[in-house]
Write a protein that binds this ligand. Structure first.
Ligand code: E4P
Length: 218
C-alpha cells in the first residue's frame, strides 16, 4: 500500500519524506488555509520535496472554471495531480484533464460505492472515499472501501482507491487488509504507526543488557 500524507505543512512533509515514507501528498482548500500560505507557492514547495503525486484541488464548481484552474495548477509542477469534486462537472473535468492536460486526477469527496463507480468510468487516477467523515455520521466508512475494492476488481478498473479522512492507525490497518491502493494519512497518525509499547520495552531491555557486557560494536 502506498502512503500519502494528508497535509500542506511543508516541514511535516519534509520530515516524513526524509524518513523514506512518502509516496505522495494530498492537500485540500482547508489544509491550504491551515498552512497560511498561497496555494501556488505551497504546492510548488511540496512538489520540490516529494517525487510522487501531489494533489491540488480546484475550487470552481463549473466545468469551464475547473478546467481553467486545472490548467493553472498543472503549470506549477509535473507531479501536480488535479483534485476535483465528485459532481457531474467534476467528473466531466476529470475526463478532460486526463485527455487534454495529460494529468493525473484525484476525484474527492466520495462517500459511496456508486460515486466511486462513476469516477472510475470517468477515468480517475485516484478515487478518495472519506472514511472518517462517514464514520462521524454513523455510517461504516470501511464498508464503502470494501465495496469499492470489489467493484473495481470485478471490472478491472485501474483507478486507485485512495482511502482518505483517516483518523487512526486502525483505519490504516483495515484499509491495508481490504486492499486499498493508497492511504492518505495525517502526519501524526502516520508517525504513530511505528509505535508499540513492547517495542519500547524490548529495546530498553536490550540496551540495558548490552551496557552490562561492556562491549562496543565499533
Ligand atoms: C483527502 O484528500 C482529504 O484531504 C482528507 O483526507 C479529508 O480528511 P478530513 O475528513 O480529516 O478533513
Amino acid at each position: 500500500m502506498k502512503f500519502f500524507v494528508d497535509t500542506a505543512d511543508v516541514a511535516e512533509i519534509r520530515e516524513l519524506n526524509d524518513l523514506g515514507l512518502l509516496d505522495g501528498v494530498t492537500t485540500n482548500p482547508s489544509l491550504i488555509l491551515k498552512s497560511g500560505g498561497n496555494i501556488a507557492d505551497v504546492t510548488r514547495e511540496i512538489c520540490d520535496i516529494v517525487d510522487g503525486p501531489v494533489s491540488a484541488e480546484v475550487v470552481a464548481t463549473d466545468f469551464e472554471g475547473m478546467m481553467r484552474e486545472a490548467t493553472s495548477l498543472a503549470k506549477i509542477a509535473e507531479n501536480v495531480c488535479i483534485k476535483v469534486p465528485l459532481t457531474f462537472d467534476g467528473l466531466k473535468a476529470c475526463s478532460a484533464i486526463r485527455g487534454d492536460l495529460d494529468r493525473q486526477t484525484n476525484v474527492t469527496l466520495c462517500f459511496s460505492a456508486n460515486q466511486a463507480l462513476l469516477a472510475a468510468k470517468a477515468g480517475a487516477s485516484f478515487i478518495s472515499p472519506f472514511i472518517g467523515r462517514l464514520d462521524d455520521m454513523g455510517f461504516d466508512g470501511m464498508e464503502v472501501i470494501a465495496e469499492i475494492r470489489q467493484i473495481y476488481d470485478n471490472y478491472d478498473f485501474d483507478t486507485e482507491i485512495l482511502a482518505a479522512s483517516i483518523r487512526s492507525a486502525d483505519h490504516v490497518k483495515r484499509c491495508a487488509l481490504i486492499g486499498a491502493d493508497v492511504a492518505t494519512v495525517p502526519p501524526a497518525t502516520l508517525k504513530a504507526l511505528v509505535k508499540h509499547p513492547l517495542t519500547d520495552k524490548g529495546l530498553e531491555a536490550f540496551l540495558a543488557d548490552w551496557a552490562k557486557t561492556g562491549q562496543k560494536i565499533v
